[in-house]
Design a binder for this molecule. Structure first.
Ligand code: NDP
Length: 294
């Protein structure tokens, strides 16, 4: 019997686990505050930002909503971030990606104060993660580790194949999984678009994590019986004349082989959102110097 890992339920547990920390901060007169910066009129980005603000409101984090004209010069975004860096009432800053083409992602990420970088993308935070001393684990990789833990998957000594090497998912996940922390100690293979014989790499894994952005790339024929499958992908496709969301895993064929598998939606997505709240609470605790249980 395959365990379909319920990301909504695990994310709800993460949010419940933050309640005590938020109360401790509240008792010290501190309200965790996340500033979201949107410089886009892409409906998907607008939806992501409004979901993040809703999540904040539900757990008692204040969300500050900053919107910029997508046509504005890059300097306006950098100045906005600099103001938020300097504002002591703002604990976390999230600039919704992608930003318009005339703004370099990399420059935006470097402008954010590492202490408020709740995405964990600033080079200082990336460096600390690679060195095995992370402050903010990026939300999606951190969410994947929590899902593995919730499903009772032991990473120590496991062979893990990650499909995808992006800076926001594949690379940080690989670094966390090879780390010496309790949720690491795995042997990791990282695959990408130039990888030869991908099925051979997925078939030899105990855990396959698909983060390629290719609809249903990994199917049951690429898995060995008993594999744990984590599907990070979110792809909008047309099926029978209707627009629908699918992952990077062909769910039905993979489920027939997997010991445990995440669905799309309802798997990794809710965890990414929950870990953003976690990082915001952590950032607040560090800035206010109020220790909390996380
Ligand atoms: P990127 O496009 O940045 O990276 C995709 C990676 O997959 C690249 O390393 C690419 O290789 C690799 N790849 C692409 N095609 C293949 C292939 N055929 N075989 C093997 N590897 C391949 O994507 P992201 O990491 O940002 O996102 C990946 C997916 O996860 C997307 O569907 C995205 O929507 C989703 N996502 C979901 C989140 C959630 O919360 N659920 C959060 C973030 C992302 P190369 O480097 O050679 O180009």
């Amino acid at each position: 019997m395959t365990d379909v890992i319920d990301g909504d339920a695990v994310a709800a547990d993460v949010r419940d686990g933050l309640a005590g920390a938020i109360r401790t901060l509240d008792d010290a007169g501190v309200t965790p505050t996340l500033a979201t910066v949107l410089m886009s009129d892409d409906p998907a980005s607008e939806t992501y930002v409004s979901m993040k603000q809703q999540d904040c409101a539900e757990v008692g984090i204040e969300a500050r909503d900053v919107e910029l004209d997508p046509e504005a010069p890059a300097e306006e975004l950098f100045e906005t971030v600099a103001d938020l860096n300097a504002d002591p009432s703002v604990n976390g800053i999230l600039v919704q990606m992608p930003v318009p083409d005339h703004v370099e992602d990399r420059d935006v990420i470097r402008t954010i104060d590492p202490a408020k970088d709740v995405d964990g993308f600033h080079p200082e935070n990336v460096g600390r993660l690679v060195a095995g001393d992370p402050v903010f684990k990026p939300c999606t990789p951190h969410g994947v580790l929590k899902l593995l833990d919730a499903a009772g998957v032991e990473t120590e000594g496991a062979d893990v194949t990650i499909v995808g090497r992006s800076n926001i998912v594949g690379k940080p996940l690989a670094n966390l999984l090879i780390g010496k922390a309790d949720d690491g100690n795995a042997t990791v293979t990282v695959c990408h678009s130039r990888t030869e014989n991908l099925p051979e790499k997925t078939r030899r894994a105990d855990v396959v994590i698909a983060a390629a952005g290719v609809p249903e790339l990994v199917d049951g024929s690429m898995l060995t019986d008993g594999t744990v499958v984590i599907d990070v992908g979110v792809n909008r496709v047309e099926r029978d004349g209707e627009s629908t969301l699918v992952g990077d895993v062909d769910f039905e064929s993979a489920k027939s082989k997997a010991r445990a598998i995440t669905p799309v939606p309802g798997g990794v997505g809710p965890m990414t959102r929950a870990m953003l709240l976690y990082n915001t609470v952590k950032a607040t605790s560090r800035q206010a110097e109020v220790p909390v249980d996380l």
